[in-house]
Write a protein that binds this ligand. Sequence first.
Ligand code: NAD
Length: 479
Amino acid sequence: MKLNMFIDGSWQGGGTNQTRQIVNPANGEIIAEAAEGTTSDVNYAISIAKKTFESGIWSEKPAEERAEVLLKIAQKIDEKQEELAKLETLDNGKTLREASYDMSDAANCFRYYAGLILAPHGETYQVPDHMQAMVVREPIGVCGLIVPWNYPLLMSVWKLAPALAAGNTVVYKPSEVTPVTPVKLFEIFEEVGLPRGVANLVMGEGKVVGHAIAESHDVDMVSFTGGTETGRHIMRTAAGNMKKVSLELGGKSPNIIFADSDFETAVDYALFGIYAGAGQVCSAGSRILVEESIQEAFISRFVERAKKIKVGPGLNPDSEMGPLVSEEHMKKVLRYIKIGQEEGAELASGGYRIVDEGYDKGYFVAPTVFIHTTPDMRIVQEEIFGPVVVIQTFKDENEAIKLANDTKYGLAGGVFTQDAAKAMRVIKKVRAGITWVNTYHGTYNEAPWHGYKQSGIGSSLGTYGLDEFLEIKQINFNL
Ligand code: NAD
């Protein structure tokens, strides 16, 4: 499969004709060759996006007509769901079941923003001096969208759907590791007749292609999802023309299990919280905080269940957890496991690469559990982004809250208890933007996805996610 960039409505290779091999993480086989973009490819795409924005062909189109295009995109994603899910599994490694959910979430996200853009928005005020003040919202202009590899299509859609609904033009860059379904999405854009130049796809190395997007003075906003360090770099780079920056970054989220929780429910969601997507989920519940009085029972049940998780190729219907996305990422995760052991934490389960026959060419890591950890350990503080959980214990509510917030991140968190008042007291004190009580990982188009502290700036999804891609203007009318 050859994957090209899509600029000004035409498919093209990179300026230097170089390509990058795209690998199936379940067996190391090459599944595609992707065009490798250069800075000049990016600048060309930006110039097209700018010209197209200024032409008004999309930005001034009635919202109803833009919504109609978005609905057609949603329909096509649904029609191609099976094919797209399979490609996502081949490229990213996640199980087919997980990929299928992502595809239907992606279609629904386009539907949600097609509806939202038609909702009334704007205000008028009768202000002093015989003036009528109006507040209107307008598209920002050229939006640079940069996304990671863990949800190749869905993370893209969380940006593309609201950015396009709002009337912007975009220059979009998928992760260089997972460009397959993003290319398929742009084929859908072409099929449904999104005007040329509105959505432009560039591919390649973050330090080159992503950097050029963040740096350009012709880009009015950059919306980024990825690691906190990359986010910091993007913020600095974007400062040149003070473009608006929206960042969805990393996490090290706590899952707080009280003794009075429904035990099996807590175990189920704690497992799901860390091992969904093989732990490569920004909101992963990668720190389990368990009340001391139930620690033995909880750890023993959790470990027993973790050992039973069926790890295997995502396309295999029996697999419950797929491989890690790449060899490089697997090595990073294995390095963290070694660091944990060196720091003195105890491995209660997993901790190794699975190299049984049929698995040895893939990047499979066993579900891993560390116990006897202390808050200062690197494995407790740093985002590992793999199937590795650390278990900590606490004596009371105050200690649970203190430990939960003892991190530079503030993305997500969960609380398990049957005492509703306690659940509310604790969750309100957790300094994170996405929280769950007696459940974990549910994500809804209506509710904003938002990080506190070093987990981000701005929001995705909901009305907040649309506002990210809009400017507000006051018009004061002399009556
Ligand atoms: P990453 O930061 O390495 O890369 C993300 C994107 O940025 C890629 O497209 C990459 O090519 C690009 N990039 C890399 N260096 C760049 C640079 N110097 N300038 C501009 N662009 C650059 O992240 P990753 O490894 O792809 O993804 C994993 C990270 O994403 C984790 O930290 C995870 O928590 C985070 N994430 C956050 C959310 C959220 O909503 N908060 C969602 C998904 C993933």
